[in-house]
Ligand binder design. Structure first.
Ligand code: AMP
Ligand code: MG
Length: 293
C-alpha cells in the first residue's frame, strides 16, 4: 500500500482536507469516486472554476510546478515510492501539451515519459499488459504514460480488435494490475483530458492552418473523429469500472488548456505531498568533517 492513504477512505479524506486548506481549493476536484456512475456528457469541458483567463492561473501553476519539483527531489532521494501518471484523451485532447507544461522544470533524471502506439508484432504476441508493465516507474521515479493500457479497452473496443468478452474482462485485470503496483510502492493516478467535439474540430482546423502544427495532423484523426460517440461510451465505461480507492481517475475539463494544466499540476502535487517522501538521514558524524585541501 502506498503511503498516500488511497486504500483507506478515512486517511485519504484527511490528507485531502490538509491539502485543500493549503491550496484554497476543494481537492480532489474532478475525481471520480469508486462506484460512481460518471456521465461524460454531463461534464462541462469549458469549466474553469472562478478563473476566466490564462493570466489568472499563471502564478498558481508556477507554485504547483515548484511543489512537484521539490517533492520529486525528495521522492528520488528517498527511493522508496514511485508514481505512475496515466494520460488519456481523445485525439487533440492535449496529452503532449500537458506533459510539456506541467513537467517543465522537473529533473529529467527522476522522470520518464512512455508513449504507446498500436502494438508491434512482438508486443502483440504477449498478454496485453506486458509492454506496459515493462515501462512502469521504479521506486524513486515518476513515470508518465502518454496513452496506456487503457487503449486496450478503448480503441480496441471501438475498432472491434478483439471480442467483447476479451476487452470486458480487462477492467478487472487492469484493476488487479494497478493494485499490484500500489502494493509494490508505486502510486497510480489517471487523467482523462475531457474536450468537446467542437473543440476537437477547432484544434484539428488549427493544425491544418498552421504550417508549424501541420506535422501533428493525421488524416487518421478524421477517421477516428467519426467514432466520437463510441469513444465517449468506451471512456465512460472504462473510467467507471476502474476508478478505485487505490488508483483514482480524474476527469479534467480540458477545453481551456491553462485550466487543464493547473488541475493536473495541482492533483499531482497533492498526490506526491500525501505520499510524504522524505530525504534520507545523513551519515552520522558529518558535523565533525572538514574537507581536506
Ligand atoms: P498518436 O498518439 O497520435 O501517435 O497515435 C497512436 C495510435 O496508436 C492511436 O491511434 C491509438 O489509438 C493507437 N494505439 C495505442 N495503443 C493501442 C493498442 N493497444 N491497440 C491498438 N491501437 C493502439
Ligand atoms: Mg494522434
Amino acid at each position: 500500500m502506498p503511503k498516500n492513504g488511497k486504500k483507506d477512505g478515512k486517511k485519504g479524506a484527511k490528507s485531502r482536507e490538509a491539502s485543500s486548506s493549503r491550496n484554497g481549493g476543494d481537492y480532489p476536484r474532478h475525481s471520480v469516486s469508486p462506484g460512481e456512475k460518471m456521465v461524460l456528457a454531463a461534464v462541462d469541458a469549458d469549466q474553469s472554476e472562478h478563473y476566466t483567463r490564462k493570466k489568472d492561473v499563471e502564478e498558481e501553476l508556477e507554485v504547483q510546478r515548484q511543489r512537484i519539483q521539490d517533492l520529486q527531489a525528495r521522492q528520488y532521494a528517498e527511493n522508496k515510492q514511485g508514481l505512475l501518471i496515466v494520460l488519456q484523451a481523445m485525439d487533440t485532447g492535449g496529452k503532449d501539451g500537458t506533459i510539456k507544461h506541467v513537467f517543465s522544470g522537473v529533473n529529467p533524471q527522476g522522470c520518464r515519459v512512455s508513449s504507446f502506439k498500436a502494438p508491434n508484432p512482438e508486443e502483440a504476441n504477449h498478454d496485453f499488459l506486458w509492454r506496459y508493465h515493462k515501462s512502469v516507474p521504479a521506486r524513486g521515479r515518476i513515470g508518465i504514460f502518454n496513452r496506456s493500457h487503457y487503449e486496450d479497452v478503448l480503441v480496441v473496443r471501438v475498432k472491434n480488435l478483439v471480442p467483447e468478452e476479451v476487452w470486458r474482462a480487462r477492467y478487472g485485470l487492469i484493476n488487479d494490475f494497478e493494485y499490484n503496483l500500489t502494493r509494490g510502492g508505486i502510486a497510480v493516478i489517471k487523467f482523462y483530458l475531457h474536450i468537446s467535439k467542437d473543440e476537437q474540430k477547432r484544434r484539428l482546423e488549427s493544425r491544418l492552418a498552421d504550417p508549424d502544427k501541420r506535422w501533428k495532423f493525421s488524416t487518421n484523426d478524421i477517421k477516428e473523429r467519426a467514432f466520437w460517440d463510441d469513444y465517449q461510451v468506451a471512456f465512460e465505461d472504462a473510467i467507471n469500472n476502474t476508478s478505485t480507492e487505490y488508483a483514482p481517475w480524474y476527469v479534467v475539463p480540458a477545453n481551456k488548456k491553462w485550466y487543464r494544466n493547473l488541475v493536473v499540476a495541482r492533483t499531482i502535487a497533492n498526490t506526491l505531498e500525501a505520499m510524504d517522501p522524505k530525504f534520507p538521514p545523513a551519515e552520522p558524524g558529518l558535523e565533525k568533517i572538514s574537507i581536506p585541501d
